[in-house]
Design a binder for this molecule. Structure first.
Ligand code: HEC
Ligand code: HEC
Ligand code: HEC
Ligand code: HEC
Ligand code: HEC
Ligand code: HEC
Ligand code: HEC
Ligand code: HEC
Ligand code: HEC
Ligand code: HEC
Length: 306
């Protein structure tokens, strides 16, 4: 990235200025002048000065122009906004993103931007990144980088269905600030399913839930296959992020004929004909506790019981 960056800056005619930076005395003299754009755009200038972009700006508005385009005409006559706002809503997302990518193309996190769902759906860098911050509230927090103070709020302005999921009774602690959307997704794009930050969903889950990794002598097939056979990644109204209530969850796959958790029917017991089994064996995981796999010997392990 740095090589590209240098190239971009040089092409903006900044070679001489980069020399200025190497001399502390000169640099000081420069910063004492009011930077040219700040004369008329004080707020825009201040908001940039407080960010990583500001650190690379200079009195001639080098970085301002890298994003907004050549301002020569505009400086001669400010009413000439030939350099119209290149980030206007109506413009194609891709054109806007290309301005940023001129410098950020080589960033590790942006490797799969082109194949990501966001680019393909006309989402631009500045739909998530708020370069100037809000008026009177320039972006200096770690979430600068996003439109709202909280990352998940930025995402959920568009992802309304996820917003409702993360507020369900059982949820990953996203609103609590312990897990971020970007802990699981690369918002810039990835080749994986749903742009998750790992090769597979299971690898992703296991990164944080290492105890579910195994290896187990007695594996439970769906666990090895996909955690999402039973869990929802964002939130659920059933305990422990489960897709369904137990026993329904289990009975989607397991036969009802053995010791089923059906409400009615006198024949459905462990020892047939013994008693009314209305509530018998409905809490499958009370007995099949090692539901993610077991290393215990014999039937205890084989049937994931305790
Ligand atoms: C002499 C005052 C003056 C200077 C210096 C100046 N501008 Fe402007 N600029 C204006 C005015 C006036 C407008 C148009 C009013 C408006 O819509 O805000 C404007 C508008 C803009 C816009 C918005 C265009 C749009 O479509 O909304 C950008 C971006 C901009 N200027 C960037 C710069 C940059 C970058 C510099 C420094 C290289 C700069 N300006 C220097 C006065 C100035
Ligand atoms: C990293 C790219 C970037 C840099 C650097 C940058 N801007 Fe902007 N600027 C934007 C984007 C993007 C917008 C559109 C609004 C938005 O999405 O936040 C914008 C909007 C503006 C506007 C329009 C008013 C508004 O807020 O909508 C002005 C004026 C402006 N910038 C001036 C400047 C000046 C002056 C500088 C240098 C001090 C500067 N910008 C540096 C990206 C940049
Ligand atoms: C002229 C080159 C240039 C352009 C154009 C540019 N950036 Fe940057 N950007 C930088 C530099 C330099 C940094 C400082 C970090 C670094 O050295 O990697 C940076 C940092 C960032 C950061 C990290 C901020 C932080 O707090 O760590 C984000 C996010 C970012 N840029 C987004 C954008 C977006 C979005 C655009 C387009 C609207 C854009 N940049 C355009 C050069 C540029
Ligand atoms: C869908 C929202 C979204 C879009 C679109 C987006 N970003 Fe980001 N970006 C983020 C989030 C969230 C982070 C913080 C990631 C983290 O903390 O791991 C981030 C971080 C960054 C960083 C800082 C990475 C670091 O070193 O910490 C850069 C640079 C960046 N984005 C540039 C861009 C550029 C350039 C584009 C457009 C090509 C873009 N982003 C589009 C959400 C987005
Ligand atoms: C614990 C990890 C994790 C966190 C945190 C997370 N996600 Fe996801 N997300 C996933 C997984 C795994 C999938 C794939 C789900 C599937 O295939 O059913 C997914 C799917 C998605 C999808 C596409 C499918 C759909 O349901 O629409 C979107 C959009 C999404 N997540 C957005 C978000 C947003 C926004 C946040 C933050 C509010 C977030 N995610 C937080 C793991 C996570
Ligand atoms: C400006 C609107 C917008 C914002 C903001 C936004 N997204 Fe998206 N996102 C989309 C669109 C449009 C799609 C493609 C359609 C879809 O799958 O819903 C998408 C798709 C996704 C997908 C699904 C990828 C797939 O393969 O199915 C994930 C995951 C995702 N976004 C995560 C995020 C995260 C995380 C953030 C915040 C950092 C975020 N989005 C912010 C608009 C947005
Ligand atoms: C970035 C780390 C991280 C990733 C990745 C992750 N989790 Fe979590 N998970 C957590 C945290 C933190 C908690 C809350 C733990 C607590 O409160 O003690 C949690 C809690 C849970 C819970 C219990 C919820 C409850 O209501 O008690 C389940 C189930 C769960 N995760 C499943 C998954 C699945 C399935 C995946 C993969 C899609 C996954 N996790 C990926 C961090 C993660
Ligand atoms: C066959 C269904 C099923 C599959 C597949 C499954 N789980 Fe679970 N998981 C459960 C059930 C049932 C519970 C609730 C256990 C309880 O209430 O005691 C649970 C609870 C959890 C919990 C919270 C309690 C704890 O034990 O820490 C986490 C975390 C978890 N699962 C992670 C995962 C991960 C990671 C995967 C994929 C590797 C996965 N699960 C696959 C059924 C499943
Ligand atoms: C997505 C389908 C699926 C779900 C949901 C599921 N299982 Fe399984 N389960 C399987 C498969 C497949 C096997 C392996 C069967 C085999 O090897 O014959 C298995 C094996 C078992 C075994 C060992 C049985 C044996 O014969 O070795 C037990 C006990 C078990 N599951 C209990 C449960 C419980 C309790 C739940 C609910 C918490 C559950 N399962 C949810 C698919 C599922
Ligand atoms: C009271 C404890 C208990 C409860 C509750 C329970 N099980 Fe079992 N389950 C067992 C025991 C013990 C075995 C081993 C039986 C054997 O040794 O033949 C077993 C065996 C199994 C087997 C494998 C053998 C077979 O019969 O196919 C499956 C599948 C199974 N249970 C599923 C479930 C499901 C689904 C539920 C909830 C509807 C459930 N269990 C509730 C104790 C229980």
């Amino acid at each position: 990235m740095h090589r590209r960056l240098t190239a971009a800056l040089m092409s903006a005619g900044a070679l001489a200025l980069s020399l200025v930076f190497t001399s502390p005395a000169l640099a000081q003299a420069k910063s004492a002048e009011t930077p040219v754009c700040a004369k008329c755009h004080e707020e825009s200038h201040t908001s940039i000065a407080l960010t990583a972009h500001g650190a690379r700006n200079d009195a001639s508005g080098r970085l301002c122009q890298a994003c907004h385009g050549d301002a020569t005409e505009h400086l001669k006559d400010p009413t000439k906004i030939g350099m119209t706002n290149r980030f206007a809503k109506k413009l194609p997302g891709d054109d806007k993103s290309q301005i940023c990518l001129a410098c950020h193309d080589g960033h590790r996190q942006l490797t799969f931007w082109d194949s990501g769902k966001h680019r393909k759906n006309d989402v631009a860098c500045n739909d998530c990144h708020n370069i100037h911050g809000k008026p009177g509230n320039p972006s200096v927090s770690p979430f600068v980088t996003t439109q709202r103070t909280l990352q998940y709020e930025t995402c959920n302005t568009c992802h309304k269905n996820i917003r409702s999921q993360i507020n369900r009774t059982s949820h990953h602690p996203i609103v609590e600030g312990k897990v971020a959307c970007s802990d699981c997704h690369n918002p810039h794009g990835a080749l994986s399913h749903a742009m998750v930050k790992n090769e597979s969903v299971n690898q992703l889950c296991i990164d944080c839930h290492g105890d579910k990794r195994g290896p187990f002598i007695w594996e439970h097939a769906p666990v090895e296959e996909n955690c999402l056979s039973c869990h929802n990644a964002h939130g659920s109204n059933h305990a422990k992020l489960l897709n369904e209530k137990v026993p329904n969850l289990c009975q989607d796959c397991h036969d009802w004929s053995r010791h089923p958790g059906t409400f009615y029917g006198g024949n459905n017991s462990f020892a047939p004909g013994t008693q009314n089994t209305r509530f018998l064996a409905r809490s499958c995981v009370n007995c099949h506790q090692a539901i993610h796999g077991s290393n215990a010997p014999g039937n205890r392990g084989k049937f994931f019981t305790r």
